[in-house]
Design a protein around this ligand. Structure first.
Ligand code: PLP
Length: 406
């Protein structure tokens, strides 16, 4: 417990934590259980290229998401790239995507021969705003990519209706929505395809990895062909494959074994997230000016992140809060800031519109530590620290401004 402002790490005091508290999930299974699972691949002498564990994982994930197909991948970014390439059908065009989102998206568009077309988001769900999407559709549009956020998957039906009206493919980056429901069904089957990640920091940990869910048989065959170099000898008997590029996006057995143990333990993972989220809710309830973003109430959610809004009455700026907490050993970040259309990730020279909701959101949020490296006791300490910051706010503000931190 800090007793005066000079004990804050950013002002020279000892940090609250001597090892980093992360914003990633970093779920780790028991190593013995992992080795037992992995042994199947060694026994079969089948380490990658559709091995037995990969196939078991795909079946399990398809059942979990309620889709006809699950196509496992080396990572989610490749899945997004593959879908953008495939949906463009040989055309160099634009993919509609939110600007308040994950930094990789504009890069993936360019790998797929597309440019990002940034749209605004809904102020509450942070999902693509259907009105902004509709006014951005033009003759260059090749597909629409919605991103489901951690707290609320958003108006997926609204987005799908617009896509159908304009005869455009629509797909979702649902990385943050594993285990979340929409209309009381697990995410997975609601658009042409959905992409998920198995990166160590996400809900399901396969070290690295990803997958696509879809109910479209022809699309599934194309993706399976595409992820394995699109070899002519393996070409599926389906139309419309002329403009498809292949690549190597296969998941291997080591990663699949790890991911399999995550999906087996998904309920426990979500329960632990729930405990941490509630520890924050309790710890922040008497602190004025910091508001924990709530989760959607009438659906299942995975409680994977704790995002805080810094309101105007709080004595420090969002960026000062990030610097201060980082100094204390919380390896946190601002939440989607800067927005993509104003960031280094925007292709140079791209003409971008003003996106008022996105720009406002990008100024006010930061993430708090969660996941396996953060205990509920750690969360109590963090909340005590935040309470001290509330009390000492104006003095801290003066000191940080003197240091040039605004
Ligand atoms: C992490 C992440 C990705 C990319 O996942 P990888 O498997 O690391 O490629 C894509 N979208 C969102 C929203 C993410 O958070």
């Amino acid at each position: 417990m800090k007793t005066c402002i000079d004990e804050l790490a950013i002002l020279g005091g000892a940090p609250l934590f001597d090892s980093p508290r992360s914003i990633g999930q970093l779920y780790s299974t028991d190593v013995e259980a992992y080795l037992v699972t992995l042994k199947e691949a060694f026994d079969a002498r089948h380490l990658t290229n559709d091995g037995p564990i990969v196939r078991r994982l795909e079946r399990k994930l398809a059942r979990f998401h309620g889709t006809a197909h699950c196509i496992s991948l080396a990572n989610a970014g490749l899945g997004i790239t593959m879908l953008m390439q495939l949906f463009a059908n040989g055309k160099q065009g634009e993919v509609i995507m939110p600007a308040f989102s994950y930094r990789g998206l504009p890069h993936f568009a360019q790998w797929a021969g597309q440019l990002p077309c940034f749209c605004d988001v809904d102020p509450l769900t942070h999902f693509l705003d259907p009105k902004s999407v509709e006014s951005s559709i033009n003759e260059r549009t090749t597909s629409i990519l919605g991103v489901c956020n951690f707290n609320d998957p958003g108006d997926i039906d609204g987005l799908t209706r617009i896509a159908r009206r304009h005869n455009l493919p629509v797909f979702l980056d649902s990385v943050y929505a594993v285990g979340s429901t929409y209309k009381n069904r697990n995410l997975g089957p609601f658009t042409d395809a959905e992409v998920y990640s198995l990166h160590a920091t996400k809900l399901l940990n396969g070290f690295e990895g990803g997958y696509i869910t879809t109910d479209d048989d022809a699309l599934a065959q194309k993706l399976i062909w595409q992820r394995n170099f699109a070899l002519s000898g393996l070409k599926p008997y389906i139309e419309n494959t002329e403009s498809l590029f292949g690549l190597n996006a296969k998941l291997n057995e080591m990663h699949a074994a790890m991911a399999l143990l995550s999906i087996d333990n998904i309920e426990t993972i979500i329960d632990c997230n729930f405990s941490r989220f509630y520890a924050y809710r309790y710890g922040l309830k008497d602190i004025n000016g910091l508001y924990l973003l709530p989760y959607k109430k009438d659906e299942q959610v995975n409680y994977q992140m704790a995002v805080v809004e810094v309101s105007a009455e709080w004595p420090l700026t969002r960026n000062q809060m990030v610097s201060l907490l980082r100094a204390e050993g919380c390896s946190i970040s601002a939440y989607y800031s800067p927005a993509l259309h104003r960031s280094e990730h925007c292709p140079p020279g791209l003409e971008v519109p003003d996106l008022p909701v996105t720009e406002e959101l990008a100024e006010k949020y930061f993430q708090l530590p969660v996941g396996e490296l953060t205990s509920t006791e750690d969360i109590e300490k963090i909340c005590q620290l935040l309470s001290c910051i509330e009390d000492w706010g104006s003095e801290i503000s003066v000191r940080l401004n003197q240091k040039g931190l605004s």
